[in-house]
Write a protein that binds this ligand. Structure first.
Ligand code: 5GP
Length: 183
């Protein structure tokens, strides 16, 4: 598995430090309020589970799963809900927690979909952001790291459902994609 990695882009230690800071910022901004944290499956699970343990405010946790049509490493923009929230968003302050914002299409869809349900407020939080890839404007309220245009895996992010368990954010070797395309 280590042989598939070209480079560590963000180390586990740097992630830990930044997630603590983000937890402090979010707890401060929502002081006195109750939060509904909406984790987006599956990529955000590891980030989300670390982040919520840094939050000192009362909160509920729920999940959505969406699929975007596209190939292995990019999205086409069409988004479909595979799993919806179980709790109602009425009278709730929502925080959408994503793994990465790339074109912005997924987050834009989620924001529009959830806004239509009329929560008290809605904000977005992502571990990673690739601003140079953006196709649509979308507001990111909390961002862990801005990264260059690499396809990354680890800390919840996958390639073909693999590599999610790696503790660092890593760049895969190009051969890994090329080998798979040949299969
Ligand atoms: P967007 O709709 O912003 O283009 O893409 C959002 C989704 O695409 C992310 O939630 C993630 O699943 C996937 N994605 C975008 N960039 C990367 C990347 O570098 N690595 C991985 N593993 N997934 C990515």
């Amino acid at each position: 598995m280590q042989d598939d990695i070209a480079q560590i882009l963000v180390s586990a230690a740097d992630i830990r430090r930044r997630v603590k800071e983000m937890g402090r910022d979010i707890s401060r901004d929502y002081a006195g309020k109750e939060l509904l944290v909406v984790g987006i499956l599956k990529g955000a699970i590891i980030f989300l589970s670390d982040l919520v343990r840094e939050l000192s405010i009362p909160l509920q946790l729920d999940f959505m799963a969406v699929s975007s049509y596209g190939d292995d490493t990019s999205t086409s923009g069409a988004v479909r809900i595979l799993k919806d929230l179980e709790v109602s968003v009425e009278d709730k302050h929502l925080l959408i927690v994503e793994d990465i914002v790339d074109t912005g299409l997924t987050l834009k869809y989620l924001l529009e979909n959830l806004r239509a349900r009329q929560p008290l407020s809605i904000r977005t939080c992502t571990l990673l952001d690739k601003p140079e890839r953006r196709q649509v404007e979308v507001k990111v309220d909390y961002c862990g790291f801005c990264i260059p245009d690499y396809f990354v895996v680890g800390y919840g992010l996958d390639y073909s459902q693999m590599y999610r368990h790696l503790p660092d954010i890593c760049v895969l070797k190009p051969e890994v994609y090329e080998q798979r395309r040949k299969k």
